[in-house]
Design a protein around this ligand. Sequence first.
Ligand code: GRF
Length: 209
Amino acid sequence: MSPIEKNISIAVLASGSGTNLEAIAQAIEEGGIPARIAIVISDNPDAFALERAGRRGIPTKVIELGDYPDRPAFDRAIRDALRQAGVDLVVLAGYMKLVGPEILEAFSGRIMNIHPALLPSFPGEHGVSDALQHGVKVSGVTVHFVDEGLDTGPIIVQEAVPVEENDDEESLHGRIHLAEYRAYPLAIKLFAQGRLQIEGRKVKVLPQK
Ligand code: GRF
């Protein structure tokens, strides 16, 4: 890290296993990403991501939809927790809900998601199986900024993953996961270095200073 680079503060939102969280935490630990994970927030108290965060000494918070009168109140609770943690970037890593307008407005241009397909093809919850069923020969991963749509925001990083003749959902998703563990740390690093500039639908990657 150059002496003028300041560590940015990240929140990871995860609903499930959290292998991307693990990969991001490891990449930060290994150096080269001027960032720290300030908090892991989950809408699912049973998410293994919480366990992974705990093992690394990262603070966690569970915010469950069922504890709030409606969806906007739930999203406000998440927004408030993000503000309280003072984060610069919100990283969705297997977070299984759409981010509400309350969060989007507060963190505009500062929320990223990872999707297990080459967007704009195969958005939504079943990106891996939809791609397989369509018979594509190449799928992959996409890291993008989050807007109000479902997997529609400006694309930051993509990595292609060839589909093999006998792939099923599990085998293809396994290889896609490996690409995710490269693509997400890269996207976060570029953001932390101040090198991502959103211009309409495009994300310009600026040269390293
Ligand atoms: C990843 O495949 C990601 O692309 C999708 O959800 C999965 C999360 O996996 N959005 P994990 O919880 O990080 O292991």
